[in-house]
Design a protein around this ligand. Structure first.
Ligand code: HEC
Length: 130
């Protein structure tokens, strides 16, 4: 996976400005998400979820997060899925996407970091965890 090779190389602090410019308008300056993010909007779509520990971004592997941001949620959920989350492939480089995700990850407390690290492992290894 292309993204994996970027991960150790990017500095989380570099992602802060990219986050502020391209993500904060929807996901909140402090990664807090929309106020009622667990309630669908009148049009049936979901509001922007938080990226801090109160959300569920940390439930997803690096590869899934990279795909959501690069190619949009439809690339996982299907072309019929209605969403306000843009695909950033034409706007941000792969390195910028990896950097902004590294910034988001750097804000998570140890338990959420550890859980998300587990999601990056193959399923057989996850089952061996105590
Ligand atoms: C125009 C508003 C908007 C912008 C700008 C935006 N997002 Fe989103 N984002 C959303 C919405 C709405 C969702 C919920 C998607 C859904 O389920 O329909 C979402 C979902 C996500 C998810 C999935 C979260 C999860 O817990 O499953 C990730 C990751 C994400 N966004 C990252 C980003 C990043 C990184 C940026 C900036 C590069 C960004 N978003 C910019 C609106 C936005």
């Amino acid at each position: 996976m292309l993204a994996a090779s970027f991960w150790p190389l990017v500095a989380p602090s570099d992602g802060r400005a990219t986050y502020a410019e391209h993500c904060a308008g929807c996901h909140g300056a402090n990664l807090e998400g929309a106020p009622d993010w667990q309630q669908r909007l009148p049009d049936g779509r979901w509001p922007p979820p938080p990226h801090d520990a109160t959300g569920h971004t940390w439930h997803h592997s690096d590869a899934q997060l990279f795909q959501i941001v690069r190619n949009g949620p439809q690339s996982i959920l299907g072309p019929q899925y209605q969403t306000d989350m843009p695909a950033f492939a034409g706007t941000l480089s792969d390195r910028d996407i990896a950097t902004v995700l590294a910034y988001i990850k750097s804000t998570w407390p140890p338990d959420e970091r550890a859980y998300q690290e587990l999601m990056n492992r193959p399923p057989a290894e996850r089952l061996q965890q105590p």
